[in-house]
Design a protein around this ligand. Structure first.
Ligand code: GUN
Length: 294
């Protein structure tokens, strides 16, 4: 059997088109232009690329898009002052502070300082709490994107009763993803680096989501025949001749022989993350004005 490829790149392109249309509509009807400000501290090369892409896509959506670049030696107090200014700026609906931060800055304190209604990363404990309580929340972009791909695959109500195994327990992916799966009435297990007999547990999943950060760690023995596999991993591995290659947390060649459907890396979850950041920015802008998203 060869699995269907879940084309996140194409799905994300469609989603971006819908968001751009929504933005045009709320501008026309309400004179509202969604504003996204991304803050980056230091010059980590991967973060620089992510941030450039976020700003570029936000501008393509017709948003007011701004990027604030701070030097590596920025103090926590200086960063908190920037966030405070953005919190009270009515033209800014979404604030994203790119992670990781330099070591002199406490990530938790920074996340707590962001107005929860502008927290388009969905990382503030208020948003985590809203999500787990089943309330309207800004949901972290990567799990939001994964849940859209799954909803598209399974159709309305189609995930109910399925066994879902989430490998990874981060605040950014694993924990919110588990909540989204639970909201779809899946039976959810969260596995992590200390889980015993991880392959046997993974192989129970009708839905398997991998967010571990270790290249091709989950092999064919981790896949239930007919499972739907979502690979959140983005690992750069060295090849011969100084070249590198991007690969996921799942061994794609092995898994695609057993699963019913699988996301590729690249071209699966990755493009969904930025598209969902745009969705969250429109949501935050509509909340700020008390209007329904178009
Ligand atoms: N660094 C890697 N992924 C993310 C993300 O989704 N949000 C933020 N703020 N930083 C990141």
């Amino acid at each position: 059997m060869t699995a269907d490829i879940i084309d996140g790149k194409a799905f994300a392109a469609g989603l971006r088109g819908m968001v751009a249309q929504q933005a045009a509509q709320i501008r026309e009807r309400h004179g509202l232009v969604p504003g996204l400000t991304v803050v980056i501290v230091g010059d980590d090369p991967a973060s620089q690329i992510y941030v450039r892409n976020k700003g570029k896509v936000a501008a393509e959506m017709g948003f007011l898009s701004d990027t604030i670049r701070l030097t590596e030696d920025t103090s926590q107090g200086q960063l908190l002052a920037v966030i405070e200014r953005l919190n009270i700026d009515a033209a800014v609906h979404g604030i994203l502070v790119q992670l990781p931060l330099p070591e002199q800055i406490d990530e938790g304190a920074v996340i707590l300082a962001i107005d929860p209604n502008k927290d388009v990363d969905g990382l503030h404990p208020i948003n985590a709490g809203r999500l787990s309580a089943g309330q309207n929340a800004l949901v972290p972009c990567t799990p939001l994107g994964c849940s859209m791909l799954l909803a598209d695959r399974f159709g309305p109500g189609g995930m109910a009763g399925k066994r879902a195994v989430m490998v990874g327990r981060s605040n950014l992916v694993g924990k919110p993803m588990a909540q989204l799966l639970l909201a779809e009435h899946c039976t959810v297990t969260i596995a992590h680096s200390r889980t015993q007999d991880l392959p046997a547990l993974c192989a129970e999943g009708d839905i398997l989501i991998a967010a571990i950060g270790r290249a091709e760690m989950l092999g064919g023995n981790c896949i239930k025949p007919g499972a739907v596999v979502i690979d959140v991993g983005m690992n750069r591995i060295d090849l011969e001749g100084g070249k590198t290659k991007l690969c996921g947390d799942v061994n794609f060649a092995q898994a695609s022989e057993i699963a019913a459907a699988i996301t590729p890396v690249p071209g699966g979850v990755g493009p969904m993350t930025i598209a969902c950041l745009m969705v969250n920015t429109v949501t935050a802008a509509c909340w700020a004005r008390g209007i329904d998203a178009a």
